[in-house]
Ligand binder design. Structure first.
Ligand SMILES: *Cc1c(COP(=O)(O)O)cnc(C)c1O
Length: 388
């Protein structure tokens, strides 16, 4: 019989998930969600005031071992705030991975700055620190203690490493490059809540980290995000501009800059507090799910299941298949066949420079990003697939 990679993948997934319909990633609300939400309604505190905002922020900071966690309306707003407070401004550049969700690039654009793309590593799926260093040595020059792009003449202010599908990137090496080129480091940890590197949580290595609590992330507040930092001054600035830059006063309305209305409502924070209580359980189940898929896919030729990088504990937010080059041309057929059978899978994002608004951004060579973006398939990843 002819080798049929699409049937083999189909069988290997069914062996793990069983019968029926399976979405890519589903939330669940089996803890204190109803009780906390009812309290909000009973107390009439649904919006900017209420006990849950503070409680949720403290519990996330405590979980991460971080000094400050500031709850905001979504992960994109968290990125925007971190970039703005880092001083990223008009006609500067920010280094981001070539393969990431569009929000990473959009937040840079909101500051009037330009994304500057760096290739990824096949072992982490995030920015390759070695390529980054070589790229900056060749393409930038130090002026007034700032790295400046030799071609565009623009200052390169910051770097936003992203922990793809929950897998921590090589932060130790990236921090060393950032130090040598005087870059602010903002970790896009939107997908990696619960993931650690050398025992330290993603999002706590850089000057800032950001998390997303969108409905498809490992835990959710409906919509929501958080800015993480260890620095008191930076935390105060984020709080201030996320709340319309209002000067604290019992009754006067005075604002000292153009701020944003990005604070998370109490209702969402109540949901978040209940969700953080079940986070570790979800991480454990997702790691068990990885082990089940690994067993099942060990027998399948032409495809491999992506494993966490060395020294990392990944939250395995999305399980990831990587097609061998010899079958990568079949990606769309494989995806369509699985979806027809109610197994919801998806391809990776297009690389940023393939998107219409980012066609002309400055970019290093993106060989790995380009290649992997066409070989990745994310498969059903809900922790609920694993029963207790
Ligand atoms: C989800 C996500 C974001 C944005 O988070 P939202 O809460 O949806 O705004 C940013 N970056 C990455 C990599 C993401 O996956």
């Amino acid at each position: 019989m002819k080798f049929d990679v699409s049937s083999e993948i189909h069988l290997a997934i069914r062996e793990v998930v069983g019968k029926g319909k399976h979405v890519l990633h589903e939330p669940n609300f089996l803890g204190n969600e109803y009780e906390y939400l009812k309290n909000c309604l009973d107390q009439g505190h649904v919006s900017a005031t209420g006990e849950y905002i503070d409680k949720f922020e403290k519990s996330v900071a405590n979980y991460l071992g971080a000094k400050h966690a500031i709850a905001v309306v979504n992960g994109t707003a968290a990125l925007h705030l971190a970039l703005a407070v880092s001083g990223v401004s008009r006609d500067e550049e920010v280094l981001i991975p070539g393969l990431t969700f569009v929000a990473t690039a959009n937040a840079v654009s909101y500051c009037g700055a330009n994304p500057h793309l760096i290739d990824i590593s096949p072992s982490t799926l995030g920015i390759d620190p070695h390529k980054l260093r070589l790229h900056l040595q060749e393409h930038s020059i130090m002026k007034n203690n700032l790295s400046v792009n030799r071609k565009t003449g623009k200052a390169i202010r910051a770097i936003v490493p992203m922990h793809t599908f929950g897998h921590p990137v090589e932060m130790v090496e990236l921090l060393s490059v950032a130090k040598d080129f005087n870059l602010v480091v903002i970790e896009d940890a939107a997908e990696s809540l619960g993931s650690t590197l050398n025992g330290q949580h993603s999002g706590t290595f850089g000057d800032f980290g950001i998390i997303s609590f969108n409905g498809n992330k490992i835990i959710t507040t409906g919509g929501g995000g958080m800015v993480i930092t260890q620095n008191d001054g930076l935390a105060n600035k984020v709080r201030h501009i996320s709340a319309t830059a209002k000067i604290q006063h019992p009754w006067k309305f005075d604002h000292d800059s153009i701020g944003y209305n990005y604070r998370m409502p109490n209702l969402n924070a109540a949901l978040g507090l209940a969700q953080i209580e079940i986070l570790e359980d979800r991480v454990h189940k997702k790691r068990r799910l990885y082990a089940e898929y690994a067993k099942s896919f060990s027998r399948v030729d032409g495809v491999s299941l992506f494993s966490e990088p060395t020294n990392a504990r990944s939250n395995y937010w999305l399980q990831t298949l990587i097609l061998d080059e010899k079958v990568m041309g079949m990606r769309d057929l494989i995806i369509e066949k699985l979806i027809r059978d109610d197994i919801f899978v998806r391809s990776a994002w297009n690389i940023i420079s393939d998107l219409i608004p980012y066609k002309n951004v400055y970019s290093g060579e993106l060989k790995v990003a380009h290649n992997l973006s066409r070989r990745i398939i994310n498969i059903p990843s809900s922790p609920q697939i694993m029963v207790d």
